[in-house]
Design a protein around this ligand. Structure first.
Ligand SMILES: [Zn+2]
Length: 377
């Protein structure tokens, strides 16, 4: 996506040690788990090919240690593909569409189907396709209950627990000491920047809003605004991609969660240069990892990104209604909320990134394709 950030890739020969280590036979790879069974470092360092032959789809190798290996040509070829091609299946890189406020005209919602319904698979597939494409999906006509919401989320994957709990169902008050639990407006941000592995998906279901108004939900495409910044000011983009920022969650008695290291605002796939994750939460920000005399540079770059995030044309507002579950990619899409009055009851949860991407990849590519790319990803 960000062609300017791609690392150079070269095609290289497959060293014998790699080829032998990635033998796909039943004694080298467990048939069911695809785990490596062979002892890699028992392979002689100077392992060599005694003889080889090929047919239209496969290559057969007889090694000088007496073992015989068979590889499909596709397997051999995909391992030598450029890094960006090799990342497609691993990262689930399909049809990612950057958006601005006009996303309101796109097909970002889907109608709920009950578990066991004929279209159940269609629903989860449709939800995950939209989340991968736009970074969010609204599921309409969901039964207005925490139980139905939890069940829907569990059809994607299991719920992530944090120090706030797992699946939540709360009515706006100050029971938990976090700004999300008050009725003030919240600027667009990503959640859980204070974890080394921030929440992958976040879901909201507004179950009730009575005796008041406001509380519209705000979504902003972090990938799109990052791309805007790259076009506008490459230096600022690179600074936000390299300077580590720390974060914390300290509102609960006896707890101060901080990631094991700082992370930059923008993180990229080391192989492809693809933007993977945006971390943006001014409330939870702690130290910026620069010499104190230079830290002004980070603020200058961050101010430029902040201005893009706050541009009206980058904002997508939606008034959630009971029955609509909003699920979004917290590594990509920033969320916020307008101030509100009255009583609001919301339920929701987090799902880990690795878990939802796994589900997405299996649905988008199929098990055979995903497992077939393990050695080349
Ligand atoms: Zn083997």
């Amino acid at each position: 996506m960000f062609s300017g950030k791609r690392l150079a890739c070269t095609q290289q020969a497959r060293p014998n040690i790699w080829l032998r280590d990635n033998c796909q036979c039943k004694s080298c790879v467990h048939e069911a788990t695809k785990q490596r069974l062979l002892d890699t470092f028992a392979i002689p360092q100077d392992i060599s090919i005694k003889s080889s032959s090929e047919d239209s789809s496969s290559i057969h190798v007889e090694w000088n240690d007496g073992h015989t290996s068979h590889y499909t040509k596709e397997f051999i070829q995909s391992a030598a593909a450029p890094f960006d091609k090799r990342a497609i299946v691993r990262q689930g890189l399909t049809n990612i569409k950057l958006w601005d406020s006009t996303v309101s005209k796109e097909d970002t919602s889907i109608r709920y189907e009950a578990p066991g319904a004929k279209n159940e698979d269609y629903l989860i597939r449709g939800v995950l396709n939209r989340i991968r494409k736009y970074g969010f999906c609204a599921i309409r006509d969901t039964p207005i209950s925490p139980e139905a919401t939890l069940d829907l989320l569990r059809r994607i994957s299991f719920i992530r627990e944090t120090h706030y709990g797992g699946f939540y169902d709360f009515t706006a008050d100050l029971a938990s000491k976090d700004t999300a639990y008050t009725n003030i407006a919240l600027e667009a941000h990503t959640d859980t920047t204070y974890f080394s592995d921030p929440a992958g998906l976040q879901a909201f279901h507004l179950l009730e809003h009575s005796d008041g108004t406001g509380g519209e939900s705000l979504l902003v495409d972090g990938y799109k605004c990052a791309d805007d910044l790259l076009q506008q000011d490459r230096e600022a983009y690179e600074l936000l991609s390299t300077v580590n920022v720390h974060a914390h969650a300290s509102g609960n008695e006896g707890i101060s969660i901080q990631p094991y290291k700082g992370f930059p605002v923008f993180e990229h796939d080391a192989g492809t240069g693809e933007l993977l994750r945006v971390r943006w939460n001014s409330s939870d920000r702690a130290g910026v990892e620069m010499p104190i005399g230079e830290v002004g540079k980070w603020y200058d770059a961050a101010r430029k990104f902040d201005a893009l995030l706050k541009k009206k044309e980058n904002e997508y507002w939606e008034q959630l209604q009971p029955g609509t579950v909003l699920i979004f990619d917290n590594w990509r899409v920033l969320h916020g909320r307008a101030a509100f009055t009255g009583k609001r009851r919301i339920c929701g949860a987090y799902i880990n990134r690795d878990d939802w991407i796994s589900k997405y990849k299996m649905m988008a590519f199929g098990q055979e394709e995903v497992l077939g790319k393990l050695a080349s990803g």
